[in-house]
Design a protein around this ligand. Sequence first.
Ligand SMILES: *Cc1c(COP(=O)(O)O)cnc(C)c1O
Length: 369
Amino acid sequence: MNNNPIYVTSPMMPSLDEFHTLLEEIWKSKTLTNNGNFHQLLESELCKYLNIPYISLFTNGTLPLITALQALHITGEVITTPFSFVATTHALWWNGIKPVFVDIEPVTCNLDPDKIEAAITSRTTAIMPVHVYGNPCDITKIQAIADKYNLKVIYDAAHAFGVKVNGESILKAGDISTLSFHATKVFNTIEGGALVMHDIQTKKQIDYLKNFGFADETTVVAPGINSKMDEIRSAYGLLNLRQIDAAIEQRRKIVNLYKEELKSIQGISFFNNMPGVDYNYSYFPIFIDKEVFGMTRDALYEKMKSMNIFGRRYFYPLISNFSTYRGLESSNPKNLPVATHMAESVICLPLYSHLSTQDVERILTCIIS
Ligand SMILES: *Cc1c(COP(=O)(O)O)cnc(C)c1O
């Protein structure tokens, strides 16, 4: 059996020949950025693919979070999840907002809607949930709470590209949603990201904010930042968009292979698909019960590593355990028992569209034997 390293992910890339053809166009036009043709085309193609009215492309997936908070004038305290990538909470910090961590529920690992109300204070202005692993949040319950307390809802949908609930894009939920097109994500533009909004006014406002606040040559309407996507990565994204459906289908098959083999293994659990959800199969997390499985999560992680298989413990440590946030009252592990437990038992197994069946078998053999 070969012993090549298998990483948790590997990027989907367009054909080099096709990319070269688009690069030649860019070289001819000498338009490299500032809302060029490829940027506009990628925005319209993404709106069509995702079935959303408006999108604004960004240079990565963190600046959309920071910019969304600016656009919606969020201040004070924001309720969020500790079970995510650090960028979610860092975006609050960069806006001088106090994160208030609320525990997750075990069925999806998303913010537990039944625990949100108890964390609301007179300073709370918004809820920032994450559709973690692409599992949709309980958007109905979260919206009901937001409406009751007059709060904004900003979804970090970095994992949820293409996810639908009852045929509707999950990106239609809340006031605004953010996407990441980083190389490790289901759909990538190398680095990149986007904001998804519901009306043209917000789209215009966001487009100003990502370009220094310029409305025209001499008018600056807001203290904006620079986070525009360039033409080269827009062109790369257009090519990747053509193969996204095939890639998601491959991911689905690999996840089904994993599930078929692991469902009979005592002490390993994974998420079951919920009815009505179209998943994007962005991650395949498994959860280890050390007593039943007879090995700790970390021991399994190390065993895999020793066989050149690099799973990742997403999301461990919890964001609330990083030094910047550890001192917050809501960071106390007693406030976050489910998140703490999940973070200590999770491993994401390698998953990408071109992961071979042989490699899946090698990973399964390592886990099971
Ligand atoms: C990847 C990711 C981000 C940040 O995206 P970048 O494109 O890497 O800046 C934000 N939130 C979550 C949940 C992510 O996984």
